[in-house]
Design a protein around this ligand. Structure first.
Ligand code: SF4
Length: 462
């Protein structure tokens, strides 16, 4: 069967920012081949499913989605179907066996090879590109990346992970750490700033474990160098590992006002016993001390975290310690999940009793309700504050815009809704607060007070 060169492609993306960026890299390669994007599967002659393996039953969900796309392929045999992302990495050859009309499989570390893989498919080969080439062999494609949006540019600085958290599948889907050289990172950020991007987000599974391969300069040096670049309004980074956060990194928050007063710092549990079983390599004392130093360096910094409830062996007492941690730290937001066993992870070999599903469900709901109270109080204390808001989209209601405060809170406000405002910075006063968002109004011309741009929010209220 001859396969026609595709004209339109669609990429469906699941999961984290790393996957979002990978999808942008996949798209850019296709666009360089003259293939245009579409959001309509009926129009696409090439569909890529960029999968995520973090949630439960990931493989099952991915195969079921591929099954839906196969139905399209039955009607249009020329349609090409590619399986990408972390589930594709895990499944490898198996995916081609299970889905006989799947055209190719690409793991996260091989995203840069899409064009070659597509060419091979056009001459009849079904390629499985998984595994982890060395950094020197990886094609980052960053200069030609098809960025989504106009204001936030994501920049990968480190791929993979060398940690061994017992619940996590990432080290086996994204491989060991590979650091990008400092000069490559700086030139990519400069390129984005030249194109008018105002916010840069540095990405990595353990972003603060980055080291320059040539000089061993660490993440504090990188932050300092990037934040010093002209024209950068906002610098963020995700995801930080608590144990790797040095004082020099903490100090950068005080040194550079364009480093956003927001940090995602996954703690996972408030119980040292559970943290040990999770293989996290730190105890809560280290975490509390780090939070204190961060708040000293940047008063009012907004913090978010990840929590797993119902980890095997977690008792009611352990769970209570997690609630205590939430009450003590007072996070601006919390991403909490029930533990879900991932194939091949060490947690399965811990010989700890499983937490019954109904207990895990109850704990999760208890945690959400406590966090909702905390967030409501924190956000209500922001009413009356004025923030410099980066406009990210038109609002859902007519006549409104939506944006992010420096501390990464979502804020909706009435405004002239010309699309040209997207990507602009506008001063907005908070009028009302909800647990997950703020409602504001633009500050009228002539607003006399000076806005303190180094502050993200009021000090945390108790
Ligand atoms: S640090 Fe732990 S949780 Fe994060 S990606 Fe690495 S192994 Fe997974």
């Amino acid at each position: 069967m001859t396969i026609d060169f595709p004209k339109r492609f669609l990429v469906e993306t699941w999961g984290c920012q790393m996957n979002e960026l990978d999808s942008q890299r996949l798209s850019s390669q296709l666009m360089q081949e003259g293939i245009l994007p579409t959001s309509d599967p009926q129009q696409a002659d090439l569909i890529l499913l960029n999968s995520c393996s973090v949630r439960e039953k990931a493989a099952h969900k991915a195969y079921s989605r591929l099954g839906e796309y196969r139905l399209l392929k039955e009607k249009r045999p020329g349609l090409l179907l590619g399986f990408c992302g972390c589930v594709a990495q895990q499944e490898g050859d198996q995916a081609l066996k299970r889905v006989p009309d799947l055209d190719f499989v690409i793991g996260p570390a091989r995203v840069g090879e899409l064009r070659q893989i597509l060419r091979q498919r056009l001459v009849g080969k079904r390629v499985v590109a998984t595994g982890f080439p060395d950094a020197a062999e990886r094609n980052y494609d960053m200069d030609t990346l098809s960025r989504e949006g106009t204001h936030k540019g994501m920049v990968t600085i480190i791929e993979g992970c060398n940690k061994k958290c017992t619940f996590c599948i990432v080290p086996s889907t994204r491989g060991p750490e590979q650091n990008r050289p400092l000069d490559d990172i700086l030139s990519e950020v400069r390129h984005l700033l030249d194109f008018g991007f105002r916010e840069i987000e540095l990405l990595g599974q353990t972003v603060n474990h980055w080291r320059d391969p040539a000089t061993s300069a660490d993440f504090a040096v990188l932050l300092d160098r990037v934040a010093s670049l002209d024209g950068l309004d906002r610098l963020r980074f995700v995801t930080s590992y608590p144990r790797d956060f040095t004082q020099e990194m903490v100090d950068q928050f005080a040194r550079h006002s364009n480093i956003c007063p927001y940090l995602h710092l996954p703690v996972q549990s408030g119980s040292d016993r559970v943290l040990k079983m999770m293989g996290r390599g730190y105890a809560t004392e280290l975490y509390f001390d780090l939070i204190e130093r961060l708040r000293k360096s940047r008063p009012g910094i907004a913090l978010s975290t990840d929590i797993i409830v119902g980890f095997p062996g977690e008792t009611e007492q352990d769970f209570q310690l997690t609630l205590d941690l939430l009450s003590r730290v007072r996070f601006a937001s919390v991403y909490a999940f029930k533990y879900s066993p991932r194939p091949g992870t060490a947690a399965l070999r811990l010989n700890q009793p499983e937490v019954p599903l109904e207990d895990a469900d109850r704990r999760l709901q208890t945690l959400f309700s406590l966090q909702r109270e905390i967030q409501t109080k924190i956000n209500q204390a922001l009413v009356g504050e004025v923030f410099e808001v980066l406009v990210t989209s038109l609002g859902k209601s007519a006549g409104t815009l939506t944006g992010r405060t420096p501390c990464h809170r979502v804020i909706h406000f009435e405004h002239d809704t010309a699309t040209s405002y997207i990507g602009s910075l506008i001063d907005v006063k908070v009028e009302r607060a909800y647990p997950h968002s703020l409602i504001g109004s633009t500050v009228l011309p002539g607003w006399p007070e000076q806005i303190d741009r180094s502050r993200s929010s009021l000090p945390i209220v108790s």
